[in-house]
Design a binder for this molecule. Structure first.
Ligand code: SF4
Length: 81
């Protein structure tokens, strides 16, 4: 079967549901795909692997993958004071 004969992939119901849930999550967290000054996910306490460009955020209200340059209102320094 030629590639042109294959049906075009389309999002399923679960994709719409998850997209809406994640959108609400992002709005609650004021999650942004860019840093806030010097505050970025990769220098936040909750960013699991600071050397990675994409990593798990273990903040209890998020628990999602986020980008190193992203930011949210729950940013917290990972430096010990
Ligand atoms: S708490 Fe916010 S700033 Fe910190 S890693 Fe998670 S999404 Fe990024």
């Amino acid at each position: 079967m030629a590639e042109d004969d294959l049906p075009k992939p389309e999002p399923k119901e679960i994709d719409s549901r998850l997209a809406m849930e994640l959108q609400h999550l992002c709005e609650d967290a004021l999650l942004r795909g860019f840093p806030s000054g010097s505050e970025r996910c990769d220098n936040c306490l909750y960013y699991l692997n600071p050397d990675d460009k994409l990593a798990y955020c273990w903040h209890p209200k998020l628990r999602i993958l986020v980008g190193a340059d992203w930011w949210c209102q729950w940013w917290e320094t990972n430096e010990e004071s």
